[in-house]
Design a protein around this ligand. Sequence first.
Ligand code: FMN
Length: 223
Amino acid sequence: MDVSTAIKQRISTRAFLDTPLPEAEVRQWLTDAQRSPSGGNLQPWRVIALTGDAKQAVVDLAAAKLAENPRGEPTDYPIYPDYISDAQNARRRAVGEAMYGKIGIPREDKMGRMMWFARNYQFFNAPLALFIIMDERVGHGQWGHTGMFMQTLCLLAEERGWGTCMQECWGILRPSLKEHLGLGEHEMVWCGMAVGIPDKTDPVNELYTDRAGLEEFAELRGF
Ligand SMILES: Cc1cc2nc3c(=O)[nH]c(=O)nc-3n(C[C@H](O)[C@H](O)[C@H](O)COP(=O)(O)O)c2cc1C
């Protein structure tokens, strides 16, 4: 598969078959993604990959914690900043409506949407779950470089016939995850990622999101 095809066909996959991913292939995939660039070659990311009972333990933890407190735990790193432009807000709303439209849960059915969103905390039934771990002392550059690593993971997954969904939603359970995963003093879970073979029969995986056109995000000068 060429890179352009991988980029075009990658979507956030939100329904998976329960087919396990072999350990050797997971190791090779992570090793290949490690070629991602980072400023000063800092490689500021760390990954914890979970399957089987280890993954189930996190799903159970999330269920227990969210039953106690559905809004989750406090974090210094909110998923969205206080400021989001009107255009960005509109995109965020549009993608939500498009997704719930695909699975037929109308806006008025707030409980239905909440219940569906909760599938995030089961990794959408994916057989493999990743947590991307950051040292909270790093600067904004390193967060960006870790994003490159995550995109590389997603594209290499396409090549293998796997689907992925990055999941920053796990950020609302940072204190519990830190303890459960035995992270270091300054470490934190930045993002989760669900990985597995996409369930192509599930309508949620039909969502192919829009992007702003070239004129909206790019300026070409001196051509
Ligand atoms: C860092 C990051 C975190 C994300 N977190 C979540 C999440 O918690 N749950 C979810 O369903 N999608 C999540 N997404 C998926 C985005 O909603 C998705 O990438 C965006 O709508 C574009 O759609 P596409 O990935 O299908 O192209 C996340 C994406 C990124 C890059």
